[in-house]
Design a protein around this ligand. Structure first.
Ligand code: GLU
Ligand code: ZN
Length: 294
């Protein structure tokens, strides 16, 4: 059923090049949008200049083009959105929902990544401090289209989390929620490594009074040696010559059943086939590269 109200997005971070795992996420978000006649946007999550690899933005967009992806409208860049992020942080600081934290890494050792609330009522100046948002002692839950129900108790499992870093850079959790709302994103399709960020994002959506999108977290791709395929260690960049066979392989990782001849087709034809045959109900919760291979 065509749903022209659907707005999806692919939101790469230019801290590296596209790898097979990011291709799977890009492909799933693209096909899920196009299969219902929806829009598909690309947003460059260039929030963190020190971690940006020079040339990565251009390389990512070039790879997407060579793989046949066509996005709607201009590419949005988070680096142009600092005023919007700052306004929200200011507002939450003023209302007391957010506060400055001066804890050093060393001071936070041993708390298992769950902030113990040390600076909650210390009234530190926001200059030269990280800014954290208070979380409620509540569980946030949602039903993912692939991963099923996911719940997390923000107080016990996360703690007050950072929305602006000490170096002044805005946190992913804040920027992603503001930008998804600003761009009117109805459906978030992304890698399962972000499943456990989602409850924090639901909480921020609630604070902002914005609509909650639908979520579909595509399987993590597990290498035959059991390692997760990701940016944490060097995954090979995607080669342009291999576009069609790698798209076919990505379709298989998503549980789709592409016909073998597609590997010799043009990338745009693979995407057209994928759009016409897209069945999100077939997506597995976890995929290994072996299963996914040609
Ligand atoms: N920029 C994030 C990444 O590349 C994805 C953010 C998202 O899809 O919400 O991992
Ligand atoms: Zn602190």
């Amino acid at each position: 059923m065509p749903d022209s109200r659907y707005i999806g997005r692919f939101a790469p971070t230019p801290s590296g090049y596209l790898h097979f795992g990011s291709l799977v996420a890009a492909l799933a978000s693209y096909l899920d949008a196009r299969a219902v006649g929806g829009r598909w946007l690309v947003r460059m999550e260039d929030l963190d200049p020190p971690r940006e690899v020079p040339g990565a933005q251009a390389a990512i967009l070039d790879t997407l083009e060579r793989y046949g992806f066509e996005w709607d409208g201009p590419v949005a860049r988070q680096s142009t959105r600092n005023d919007a992020y700052a306004a929200v942080v200011e507002q939450w600081l003023r209302s007391g929902l957010a506060y400055a934290c001066t804890c050093s890494r060393k001071q936070l050792e041993g708390s298992n990544g769950i902030y113990p609330g040390t600076c909650r009522d210390a009234r530190h100046s926001p200059e030269n401090a990280a800014i954290r948002i208070r979380v409620p002692e509540l569980e946030y839950a949602f039903v993912d289209r692939v991963q099923g129900e996911f719940r997390q108790h923000l107080g016990r499992e996360v703690g007050d989390f950072i929305i602006r870093r000490r170096d002044g850079l805005y946190a992913y959790q804040l920027a992603v929620v503001l930008d998804d709302a600003w761009q009117g994103i109805t459906d978030i399709v992304r890698g399962a490594d972000l499943l456990d960020s989602t409850p924090r994002q639901l909480y921020l959506q609630e604070l902002l009074g914005v609509a909650q999108p639908r979520y579909l977290h595509v399987p993590l791709i597990i290498q035959p040696d059991g390692h997760k395929l990701g940016k944490s260690y060097r995954s090979p960049p995607l080669s342009a010559e291999q576009a069609a066979p790698l798209l076919v392989r990505a379709l298989r990782a998503l549980g789709q059943q592409p016909v073998a001849e597609l590997s010799n087709a043009r990338p745009a034809d693979v995407l057209a086939w994928g759009t016409a045959h897209w069945d999100a109900a077939r997506i597995p919760r976890v995929a290994t590269l072996e299963e996914a291979s040609l």
